[in-house]
Design a protein around this ligand. Structure first.
Ligand SMILES: [Zn+2]
Length: 281
């Protein structure tokens, strides 16, 4: 990306399936009219009755700006057997946890903050400033999650948030985190979900976190998953991100899209379409 080196780094994959979630088509597109949904799925080669498990990648982003080493999201170490590969994969590309000076957390869900701390509960990135949206931090460190998501346990979340409180820097305005990297408010999936814009030398990468969970959400931004905190707000966020990406010719990187989750959004009729790219030149 211009003068910056950006890498999609896999933390692994997780298979979402009943009884943890409803069948994927219902879970991801909770409010989609059945006929339109069947049509959209078949265009993507998916038969809804046979789609019993949603195998989702967890893709973090490593940015070396030359002056800063910045990580976006920390994956889900210890949450599932197939995740927690972030540090090993960073090591493979020559980056150690102690070198990272900034860790940006798009939101407080377990799969995005699960590598914040190590097995002893100490910050896994000891020299890093951790960055999160203020409302998001307040939400996850309060009693609100228990009130909103009944019968869920948030011990894992707090194990990964409370130990970083001396290193956290909270944002409540669209602002620069380090030169070339901006926090972009993108609420709806969670109360203080944020996107991250990485710009250098006329190129931009927009890390959209979980604002879109599946490429069909690009085509149908009005369809949302069952567990969105504020669906109306999410619709607004999605339209802002799609317009930003198109007008500023930014590449998008989506945490849960097929690895590496990178692509362009292009206009199709009155809507949008996802054009994934496998290799950057
Ligand atoms: Zn997620």
């Amino acid at each position: 990306m211009g003068d910056f080196e950006c890498m999609a780094i896999s933390d692994g994959t997780f298979t979402y399936e009943p009884p943890l979630i409803p069948p994927p088509a219902t879970f991801l597109f909770a409010n989609a009219p059945k006929e339109l949904l069947e049509q959209a799925l078949s265009e993507h080669g998916i038969q809804s009755e046979q789609w019993v498990a949603f195998v989702s990648p967890f893709t973090c982003v490593m940015v070396n700006t030359g002056r800063h080493k910045v990580l976006v999201d920390t994956g889900a170490d210890g949450l599932t057997p197939n995740t927690g590969r972030l540090l090993r994969n960073l090591h493979t590309v020559g980056i150690e946890a102690g070198e990272i000076d900034t860790v940006i957390l798009t939101h407080g869900h377990d799969d995005h903050i699960g590598g914040n701390t190590d097995a002893k509960g100490k910050p896994a990135f000891p020299k890093a400033r951790y960055v999160m949206w203020k409302e998001e931090w307040t939400f996850w460190t309060s009693e609100q999650p228990e009130a909103l998501y009944k019968n869920e346990d948030f011990a894992f979340t707090r194990k990964n948030l409370l130990p970083i409180q001396d290193q956290i820097d909270l944002f409540d305005l669209e602002a620069e985190i380090v030169p070339g990297i901006h926090a972009v408010p993108a609420p709806g999936h969670t109360p203080g979900h944020m996107a991250v814009s990485v710009s250098s030398n006329g190129k931009q990468l927009l890390c959209i976190g979980d604002a879109f969970l599946h490429p069909i959400h690009i085509e149908h931004p009005e369809w949302h998953a069952t567990h969105e905190v504020a669906p109306e707000q999410l619709m607004n966020t999605r339209h802002l991100l799609l317009n930003k990406s198109a007008t500023e010719k930014a590449l998008m990187l989506a945490f849960h899209f097929p690895f590496p989750g990178v692509g362009h959004v292009v206009r199709r009729g009155t809507g949008w379409q996802w054009q994934p790219i496998q290799r950057l030149t």
